[in-house]
Design a protein around this ligand. Structure first.
Ligand SMILES: C[S@@+](CC[C@H](N)C(=O)[O-])C[C@H]1O[C@@H](n2cnc3c(N)ncnc32)[C@H](O)[C@@H]1O
Length: 166
């Protein structure tokens, strides 16, 4: 593994953007976890794991990750392929693993459908995550019903009521 930063992408969907990032940032190590098809391209600083969030996170060493990114994936699905649904038990297990895999003071970045945001905030609070930023609307390419959440392990907690879902 590279000596630099480690980033985990949960439910990445299309592997191309991760491969682009890996090419641009050769000292960052990228781990992509998705139930979908494993890409053919191989780069020294990317590993794609074709599995679900929980199994995939279990293969990542605790306390080694600088950033976990999940856009429209974590929180939206259960452990197997299927339609969008909130699966509390599965999300708790995956959330706990995310927390334990992140280094202290490091970040979970989520883009979520609006209907899941409040539940996710409550779940992450129960795992002692700290919200370091208010939820903000994702610009440009995202539609207004998708929200962005940046969650830090150790920053001061904001009240849920203070989170603006625009
Ligand atoms: C709506 S797509 C989002 C893809 C991409 N992140 C984006 O924003 O365009 C959801 C992705 O999550 C993956 N997925 C769904 N449930 C999963 C699970 N339990 N574990 C791992 N990947 C999962 C799917 O295979 C799919 O690629």
């Amino acid at each position: 593994m590279a000596n630099g930063q480690v980033e985990v992408y949960l439910g990445y969907g299309d592997p191309a953007p991760i491969c682009d990032l890996a090419t641009q940032n050769p000292h960052t190590f990228y781990i992509g976890i998705d139930l979908g098809v494993k890409p053919l391209i191989q780069l020294p600083n990317v590993q794609f794991r074709r599995t679900d969030f929980v199994r995939g996170l279990n293969t990542v060493e605790a306390g080694t990750v600088d950033r976990v990114v999940s856009e429209l994936a974590f929180g939206h699905y259960g452990p197997v392929k299927g339609p969008c649904k909130w699966d509390e038990a599965y999300n708790l297990e995956a959330g706990w693993l995310i927390r334990s895999r992140l280094k202290p003071e490091k970040e979970l970045y989520l883009v979520m459908m609006e209907e899941y945001v409040t539940r996710m905030i409550i779940l992450l609070r129960s795992l002692s995550f700290r919200l370091s930023h208010k939820a903000v609307p994702k610009e440009a390419r995202r539609t207004s019903w998708m929200k962005e959440l940046i969650v830090n392990q150790d920053e001061e907690l904001e009240e849920i009521a203070g989170i603006k879902l625009i």
